[in-house]
Ligand binder design. Sequence first.
Ligand code: TRP
Length: 437
Amino acid sequence: MGDVAVESNAAISEAVAELNMDSKPSVQDPTENPTPNVAEDDDEEDFVDPWTVKTTSARGIDKAKLIERFGSSKIDQPLLEKLEAVTGKKCHRFLRRGLFFSHRDFNWILSRYEKEEPFYLYTGRGPSSDSMHVGHLIPFVMTKWLQDMFDVPLVIQLTDDEKSLWKGLSRKEAMKLARENTKDIIACGFDVDKTFIFSDYQYMGQRPEFYGNIIDIQRCVTFNQVKGIFGFGDSDCIGKIAFPAVQAAPAVASSFPDTFGENKSVPCLIPCAIDQDPYFRMTRDVAPRVGFPKPALLHSTFFPALQGAQCKMSASDETSSIFLTDTAKKIKTKINKYAFSGGQATVEEHREIGGNCDVDIAYQYLTFFLEDDEELEQVRQDYTSGKLLTGELKAKLIGLLQEIVADHQKLRAEVTEDVIDEFMRPRKLKSRFETKK
Ligand code: TRP
């Protein structure tokens, strides 16, 4: 392993520069966008880090700018065509519609798949509340599709420890939420033979290999660096400062010895919301020094609040989204009452001017959940021309979400304690690849 970087009192700017190492073209993927991650843009409209997502635009975050600032790559048409070519299946609607819009090294993962070289999937969730909303399902829906396409092992990290550090939850509370959230995750349809869901608190003591990798990573990251990436200050508790290594460690295959043994060379693909990228920039940065391949990433955009894409969505604000526990009636009331409309004030005006899909939340939600491309396009045209009224558009979304949420509730109710125990038991996961040990 390489030496731990020398401690220094270098200015933050230096740390930021260090951390932009990953914006150099990757060895694994020479097509990676080489644009540095330094904030050169003077208009700081959008702010994105793992704890805060702010935009002033009703259209949501500026994806192109984020790609440039983070030094990631756009998921473009040729890449989607390659995905379709290797899997022989049509791309998921999240990919077709640019809801997953940015990536790191995904080309490389696809090439590995073509060559029958192993990789695994890694995603996670910070269990901060027992009421998950429909937006929380997005990374899991994507991951489930990827698991079906690639037929590879999947690890899902529940960072209950993170929630103790940031939200002050007791260990018991945080672990309870992790188990509750596990039910919602299992209800997404993951294959138990290929999926391991773990709580940090629990797994840390079960497999010393995991903790060992955390320590190896911690040795390679200085305080100066985490300050630069995450903006930690002198009065943040040391738990926060050390935590990024905990989220990085599942990207090392040997953290899962039951499946990979001591093998560190199997890379992972991480589907996540783009606000999690700082963790994985750090992970990719330390990877060569710790001796594991850089994880590949697929980044999603944010799911907008009912009140509009510029509003903060929060699990504690009942009215900001549709929760997985909402009744059909509640879904209807919430959408009718709170969903920000891009329609006009009166029917006459609407017929004349038409609606604005770019800011209309009911339309935005349909882009996430309506499977049929032609139907969605028809809705867009009709709403834009004024043929379709806001009430009609909302009714369409209401029906769809009522169905999705009811299906989810049914599947969740079928998740027994035994099923949870099985998903959370450290064990060898199946894979299409013969994993060499
Ligand atoms: N920090 C993430 C959250 O608060 C949870 C998480 C852990 C995660 N590992 C991950 C998310 C990997 C995506 C991918 O939600």
